[in-house]
Design a protein around this ligand. Sequence first.
Ligand code: NAD
Length: 421
Amino acid sequence: MSVEEKTKELSVYESMAARYDVAARKLGLDEGLSNYLRTPNREIIVHIPVSMDDGTLRVFDGYRVQHSIARGPCKGGVRYSPDVTLDEIRGLAAEMTWKCAVVNIPFGGAKGGVICDPFKLSTGELERITRRYTAEIFDYIGPERDVPAPDMNTNEQTMAWIMDTYSMHMRHTVTASATGKPYSLGGSLGRREATGRGCMMTADEALKRFRWHRESTRVIVQGFGNVGSQAARLMHEAGYKIIGVADISGGVMNTNGIDIPGLWKYKEANKTIKGFPNTEPIGAQEILEQDCDLLLPAATESVITSKNAHKVKAKLLVEGANSPTTPPADDILFDRGVFVIPDILANAGGVTVSYFEWVQDRQGYFWTEAMVNERLKHIMVTSFNAVVNFGDKHKVNNRIAAYMLAIDRVAFCINLRGIYA
Ligand code: NAD
């Protein structure tokens, strides 16, 4: 199913707000504070003129939404896609606030996006879009204000351009102005793998809970980009049995296990996973309904809805993507006993190592990969247990538990600071 065909039962912001409202009510949050916390601090809309390679001038629309600075500077990715909307960026910015609070790192939440199709743009055009977007939001970003990171269709190169543009305006190099940068420009070892690694670390904790073994846990991964390909590789190396993988071009299945290192090489050579030898073809959406133990959506939002949630066969859902499940689907999965590791916990490894990168840049002292991974594990395991124990104690599902824990932490800081109203 294409992005356009996807059933959007609720918009990304509506989904966030629906979950937020349940959690805030259960916490007994004051109504005024609750309204304040649901609303972003600031929404920036920019219109970016860009010289195209053919000599024409085009104008692209971009957004940066800063949801909260209650616990520290804003933090959040920038995505490039023709489907970007302000509503989506607003919802994802709020989710960043909750994500940073779940893993207890000192950031608020933000998100950015530019409406463009990066697959139809040259490298030069992408660089000019990125630099002008950065220049337009320059007054509102920076190491103490708001720190961008990669997201869908942006990468280390995009972050290098953002860091350089910010630095040119500041007249000195400010490596902590963006994270997810190349290592030689102040990036962190382990950042590239961090989101996928964090997904595996939370999955490992769930396995302990169920007394499952990696070797007999059959995994399907939707999305083979930064998150999905790293999660699949690390889980394969750790002994999990990856039986299905999909990207936007379609999926591949082999119930005996897929050769993931081979798939990486195939993707590099062919730019697609379609047609990988020793696998059966399957649709990118249909793959979510195949028999497996662990499903890891790592592509895009709203892929599990009320239309297909009852067909999901996995008993464990690890949300690598942001907002892959709609609230109506949440209820169906919960009723069917599916153990969900929600996005704001499962994929928080990325922002956690982004935090490590920001710390290293500010200190000018860089850690070994082993230090990064060990500290990441400590945070992911602690956060997993905090969420699951909170859910057990308050008799709510993991998603609402994660929201409650996060909202409580943010509200606590706001109450300590007081509201400048
Ligand atoms: P990416 O652009 O690197 O990869 C996206 C992958 O999903 C690609 O393989 C693409 O072909 C596939 N895809 C896109 N639409 C699809 C569809 N409809 N069906 C099947 N496959 C589809 O992006 P990414 O950085 O890996 O991000 C993926 C998701 O994870 C997003 O929701 C993003 O917000 C979230 N996320 C990313 C990070 C990070 O560190 N990159 C951190 C946290 C959350």
